[in-house]
Design a binder for this molecule. Structure first.
Ligand code: HPA
Ligand code: ZN
Length: 355
């Protein structure tokens, strides 16, 4: 059974979406794309009980006070994911929705430890996501990469063991990440896993300064060798951190709607995105966990464009940064950036953002 995705695929997926630029999505948790309808379909398929009466009741629980309140629900709902087919269906459902909003390349973080801890074999998860990425590319022309996100609230040794298992499987993983509870858990225990990932040619990204202080960014750059920083919004609190990020043009995968929904910032109007752009930081727009936060990346673009009166050039710059910050090879980045430049030039009155 392939559950019907909540949003239908566009009739011609590669048709231009002229009101929005083509883009890459770099900060996306696969489990965070699980829409309530699909969660209930998978729960039924797998005989799993969800502690909610129906999809509407589950969605009504999406009222978060901070990162942890979200993570508790997110981990609980992820339990409906059991088989390779589930992971493939989830991946394709996300790619269809993302493609409809202009995404041409997606890098999907997956919380492998969560699933392995529940008894789902690692090979099953990897096979399902890999199949979903292949099916999505065939159907939609959207490329995808898998990033193994280590869980910061779990021991570093567990992350390293997971990496060993992935390497033993010769799993098609492009990189490693660091996610989950930031405050109260150091990144340092993950240094051996990140060093081993680098030695095996894997790319490296890490969440930092979402809820935690600016020095968490320095920590993931220096201790983990992160090439990219997920969130990084509190970097602005330390001019030295900003200066370094600007100098090295470290990609920051910013998720404004997520930050508001998890109350990392009080409102969209108070989000530091404009200040980050003003400072010259290398920012891209992303959704993080779109099912839970009520915004796929095209909706995030729409929201910040309306809130901050972004110009077409600023939106094109953000979209180009998403490809440049990706883990794609240079020729693919150049091809995608050329597509953004075409969008930038194709302006017309009707395509200008509203004031
Ligand atoms: N932060 C940390 N871990 C996460 C997030 C996030 O925003 N979303 C899913 N896992
Ligand atoms: Zn995240």
């Amino acid at each position: 059974m392939t559950p019907t995705p909540s949003t239908p695929a566009p009739s011609h997926p590669l048709a231009a979406t002229p009101q929005r630029p083509p883009r890459a999505e770099l900060h996306l948790h696969l489990e965070g794309t699980l829409e309530p309808d699909l969660a209930f379909a998978l729960a039924e398929r797998n005989g799993v009980d969800l502690p909610f009466a129906d999809p509407a009741a589950l969605r009504a629980a999406y009222d978060f006070t901070d990162l942890q309140s979200f993570l508790d629900l997110y981990h609980a709902t992820s339990q409906v994911l059991r088989t390779a087919e589930d992971f493939a269906d989830l991946t394709v459902a996300y790619l269809r929705r993302a493609a409809a909003g202009g995404v041409r390349h997606a890098e999907l973080m997956v919380d492998l430890q969560t699933h392995v801890a529940r008894g789902v074999p690692l090979a099953e998860v990897v096979a399902g996501v890999t199949q979903g990425l292949a099916d999505g590319e065939a159907e939609l022309g959207v490329s995808g990469l898998l990033i193994a996100a280590f869980l910061r609230h779990r021991p570093g040794s567990e992350a390293e063991a997971l990496l060993d298992d992935l390497l033993a499987l010769d799993a098609p993983v492009a990189g490693v990440g660091l996610a989950s509870t930031e405050v109260g858990f150091s990144a340092a225990p993950f240094a051996p896993a990140f060093a081993k990932a680098a030695a095996h040619g894997l790319r490296r990204t890490a969440h930092a300064a979402e809820e935690g202080p600016a020095w968490h960014v320095t920590e993931v750059l220096d201790v983990l060798g992160a090439e990219r920083v997920d969130h990084g919004i509190r970097s602005l609190e330390d001019p030295d951190v900003v200066a370094r990020l600007v100098r090295d043009q470290v990609p920051l995968t910013v998720c404004p709607v997520s930050n508001v929904r998890l109350r990392a910032v009080p409102s969209l109007a108070e989000h530091p995105l404009p200040a980050m752009l003003e400072a010259g930081l290398n920012v891209s727009l992303n959704s993080d966990d779109p099912s839970y936060f009520g915004g796929y990346v095209d909706e995030v673009d729409d929201a910040v464009t309306a809130q901050f009166h972004l110009t077409r050039d600023q939106r094109a710059d953000l979209a180009a940064a998403s490809f440049r910050g990706s883990f794609l090879p240079a020729d693919a980045v150049a091809r995608h950036v050329a597509g953004v430049e075409e969008w930038r030039r194709s302006s017309s009155e009707s395509q200008q953002p509203r004031d």
